[in-house]
Write a protein that binds this ligand. Structure first.
Ligand code: NAD
Length: 301
């Protein structure tokens, strides 16, 4: 294991007879040097699990992503080499969906500034006139496990829901009283746009200068999917006319690029450090799901 994981996962693997080596935060060089010693490699989204790592892992049988996103893994190459790739696709859905709603509320109610001001001794009533979610149009890009869960929560806040997806999700979305629309309609009509697509060649910079220019003034943008779905520089060009932006993911993590820092420090922007799945419950569920999937994969080898 080359990334931080829950105690529960460590204990569960040991109880299933695995000889566990735990090196959270291992550098890529270290992973390249040791990977040949292992049958299973468990990792998060930090390192690129590419051809080089896969080739060095001469004994690898399973690549296990502790979480959902597999965009850092060369899946095709791994499978060609007979290595199973598993993840925990359902475990963090609730946590990410709850964070998404929290980010909407933080932006709409200016909670970040309100709390920070009080902490700094400023009691400024009247400065934080916010907005309600009730009655607003929510546009969900990617109506999969997380997007549909967000819709379910948003519905109980009285939001009107529309979704854009490459699949036909019209019957699923009708269950929350929503409709499936194309991307242009969603962006031009939504008060709140929330992104829940995986990172693929089609979704890379899906939110760019052209698509951002369709968004209404004062509408808000939430991204808890993958940073690369948004073109950071384009977002910087549009930020002043938007109502606010909340991001749990960035194009570069941790951020080093000057423009990313310009975005992070912008008063209309709230950024969390990729904490979507970071709850006790999600971590426990990831542990259960990942062990089950590793055992299943090993069974077929
Ligand atoms: P999912 O596969 O269940 O749903 C994704 C949806 O996006 C699907 O309905 C799919 O049809 C749709 N989609 C794919 N390509 C599309 C395209 N080009 N245009 C429109 N729709 C498209 O995935 P999920 O479990 O809901 O996860 C969604 C995202 O959340 C992923 O990017 C995942 O990496 C991210 N995520 C983030 C965190 C975090 O910590 N912030 C944690 C878990 C997952």
């Amino acid at each position: 294991m080359v990334d931080r994981v829950s105690e529960k996962l460590l204990a569960s693997l040991v109880s299933h007879g695995f000889d566990v080596c735990y090196k959270p935060g291992a550098l890529r060089e270290d992973v390249l040097n040791i990977v040949e010693n292992y049958d299973v490699l468990i990792f998060r989204g930090r390192l690129r699990i590419d051809k080089e790592i896969i080739d060095r892992g001469v004994n690898l049988k399973v690549l296990a992503r502790y979480g959902i996103g597999l965009d850092n893994v060369d899946i095709e190459y791994a499978i060609r080499k007979g290595i199973a790739v598993v993840n925990a696709p359902s475990a963090s859905v609730i946590s990410v969906a709850e964070l998404t709603i929290a980010l909407m509320l933080i932006v709409y109610r200016k909670l970040y500034d309100a709390i920070d001001d009080v902490k700094h001794g400023k009691w400024l009533k009247g400065k934080y006139i916010g907005r309600e979610l009730y009655g607003k149009k929510l546009g969900i890009i990617g109506f999969g496990k997380i997007g549909s869960r967000v819709a379910y929560y948003a519905k109980s806040f009285g939001m009107n829901i529309m979704a854009y997806d490459i699949r036909d999700v019209s019957s699923e979305i009708s269950r929350v009283g929503g409709i499936q629309v194309d991307l242009d309609k969603l962006l031009s009509e939504a008060d709140v746009v929330s992104i829940h697509v995986p990172l693929t060649p089609l979704t890379w910079h899906m939110i760019n200068d052209k698509t951002l220019s369709l968004m209404q003034n004062e509408s808000i943008l939430i991204n808890t999917s993958r940073g690369e779905v948004i073109d950071t520089n384009a977002l910087l060009n549009h930020i002043d006319r938007l109502g606010g932006v909340a991001l749990d993911v960035l194009e570069q993590e941790p951020p080093r690029d000057e423009n990313l820092w310009k975005l992070i420090k912008h008063p209309k922007v709230v950024v969390t450090p990729h904490i979507g799945a970071e709850t006790v419950e999600a971590m426990d569920r990831i542990a259960e799901e990942i062990v089950k999937n590793i055992l299943e994969a090993v069974k077929w080898l």
